[in-house]
Design a protein around this ligand. Structure first.
Ligand code: GLU
Length: 281
């Protein structure tokens, strides 16, 4: 099988050493596409996107064109959400975080027509809405979705963090989630009309990604991605979650605000080779 992976940063700030590590892992893995994951129009900025191209170029990385820029394709992701609404596997949820915390449960019986949902992605002039938002979130009805799979197994192959060829069961953690008090997963966010989970799985399928190379912080999201792939009829790629950059005390770098941008490192006179050498777990 010809390998194909992707590097998929979100332009919510400047790239830092953690991104350099992720880029090194992805580009070092095999033919690698670049994808700009900028559906969150409340946080992403064109200037940060320009910074991504500049930093990756400086690191000496090369990617084929065209680059997939997610914010140009809201309707693609929305059509996938609409498909699940149509099948009765997703429902609108107007409950706030504090209501959910106080024990309120969303009501899957609320319905939303796929047509009125899709309507928010087009402006009155028929042009794409570049800043879609909804009056509520759309959640996947997890227990119903799992039941709709019958007895079929939901697994994914993981080759990352020092394990090779190991299959993980995606069904068990999702069954636990469905049986818990945790609210159902959001597949369309109220503030942006779609979600990371739909966009990332849609694009991995569209771009024929055979290996998803990404940080360990996303390992726990993978069972949901596997379920979405099954519900949508998309193949499950092989996953390769790599170790994250940590401080000596084991904290993830960016969480402590100790990350220095690649731009600053460059301005301070470091070479790309030095930065790539520093970008190690
Ligand atoms: N856009 C995500 C991030 O910057 C990566 C998503 C993925 O690789 O699945 O963390």
């Amino acid at each position: 099988m010809t390998r194909r992976t992707r590097f998929a940063p979100s332009p919510t700030g400047r790239l830092h050493l953690g991104h350099a590590l992720a880029a090194k892992e992805a580009f070092g893995f095999g033919p690698c596409l670049l994808r700009i994951e900028d559906i969150d129009h409340t946080r992403c900025k064109p200037d940060y996107t320009r910074g991504i191209y500049r930093d990756l170029d400086w690191l000496g990385l090369d990617w084929p064109l065209p680059v997939r820029v997610q914010s140009r394709h809201y309707l693609d992701y929305a059509n996938s959400v609409a498909h699940l609404l149509e099948k009765g596997l997703a429902y609108p949820c107007a409950l706030t975080r504090s209501e959910l915390k106080a024990g309120a449960r969303s009501k899957p019986e609320n319905t939303l027509s796929p047509e009125s949902y899709l309507g928010i992605f087009t402006n009155a002039d028929g042009m794409p809405n570049t800043k879609p938002s909804l009056p509520y979130a759309i959640r996947l009805n997890l227990s119903l979705a799992l039941r709709s799979m019958g007895g079929s197994s939901l697994t994914f192959e993981e080759t990352g963090h020092n394990i090779t060829g190991k299959f993980f069961d995606a069904r068990a953690p999702l069954e636990d989630w469905a049986a818990s008090e945790r609210p159902d997963p959001i597949i369309a966010r109220k503030d942006i009309g779609v979600s990371y989970h739909m966009a990332v799985t849609y694009d991995d399928n569209l771009q024929g990604i055979t290996h998803v190379v990404r940080g360990m912080d996303l390992f726990e999201e993978t069972p949901l991605h596997v379920l979405i792939q099954h519900l949508m009829g998309w193949p499950t790629p092989i996953y390769h979650h790599h170790a994250l950059l940590t401080r000596e005390d084991g904290e993830k770098l960016s969480k402590r605000g100790l990350d220095t941008s690649l731009e600053t490192l460059r301005e301070n006179g470091l070479t790309a080779a030095q930065v790539l050498a520093m970008a190690a777990p």
